[in-house]
Design a protein around this ligand. Structure first.
Ligand code: GSH
Length: 242
């Protein structure tokens, strides 16, 4: 790729992370241009017909929709992240789509306005993870030892759970050992780590707290409980001559 590459981004967007991971896997240099999605600038609306991030700008041309961006990158830059066999490639695309369904479910989980709905969405996510468990082989990645496009799609999914797990045990990881192993392998991948800024966990916590959802309230309660459990500060004993 000779033309300059710009990724119109947002700090929390999992779809942006897919594209950033694929760019990094392929060692394509790119500039990240963050967009305020609550106040979309004119230049962004001109290149994003759906008004969504990510958009990949290649020279003067724009590509939107993360899956399409990833497919394009796989056609123009090495190493290939899709399998060579057409049937396997199609199956990988199916699992990419499954990843998008999981992302929508995660959104429903953190926006749930009652505890009952929150728990129901957690159970649905767990059921999806059980389906993923059945599709996984010996790892460490989705298709074995090689990192593939499906890995780039699931890494941003798993990233949410670093925060969710710190809030409570929602039972996401019960009886899914292969999914757990896959999640931990992805965390260690440099392209995955580089897909977000170092302040991503703090940004996500702020975002989740501001939702006004059952999870937001649960975060406040957990926080208050942790503060109550902190050891009470004992003033140091004064020395004899003070
Ligand atoms: N199907 C799209 C989804 C992208 C998407 O939903 N992006 C969100 C941020 S994570 C967005 O830009 N939302 C702004 C809006 O919908 O106005 C893709 O895969 O690129």
């Amino acid at each position: 790729m000779n033309a300059p590459v710009i990724l119109a981004s947002h700090g929390l967007c999992p779809y942006v992370q897919r594209a950033a991971t694929v760019l990094a896997e392929k060692c394509v240099p790119f500039e990240r241009r963050n967009v305020d999605l609550s106040n979309k600038p004119e230049w962004f609306l001109n290149v994003s017909p759906l008004g969504k991030a990510p958009v990949l700008l290649v020279g003067n041309e724009a590509i939107f929709e993360s899956a399409v961006i990833c497919e394009y990158l796989d056609e123009v830059a090495l190493p290939k992240l899709h399998p060579a066999d057409p049937l396997q490639r199609a199956q990988h695309r199916s699992w990419m789509e499954f990843g998008s369904v999981l992302l929508r479910l995660i959104g429903a989980f953190y926006c749930a306005d009652t505890v009952q709905l929150l728990r129901a969405k957690a159970a649905e996510i767990h059921a999806r993870f059980e389906q993923v468990e059945a599709a996984l082989g010996s790892g460490p990645y989705f298709a074995g030892v090689s990192f593939s496009m499906v890995d780039a799609v699931f890494a941003p999914i798993f990233r949410y759970f670093d925060i969710f797990d710190a809030i409570d045990d929602f039972g996401f990881w019960d009886r899914v050992p292969k999914v757990c192993r896959w999640r931990h392998a992805l965390v260690q991948r440099p392209s995955v780590e580089a897909a977000v800024r170092p302040d991503y966990p703090a940004l996500l916590r702020t975002f989740l707290r501001a939702r006004g959802s059952a999870l937001s309230r649960h975060m406040e309660e957990t926080n208050a409980r942790q503060i109550r459990m902190l050891p009470i500060h004992q003033p140091q004993a004064r020395s004899a001559h003070t």
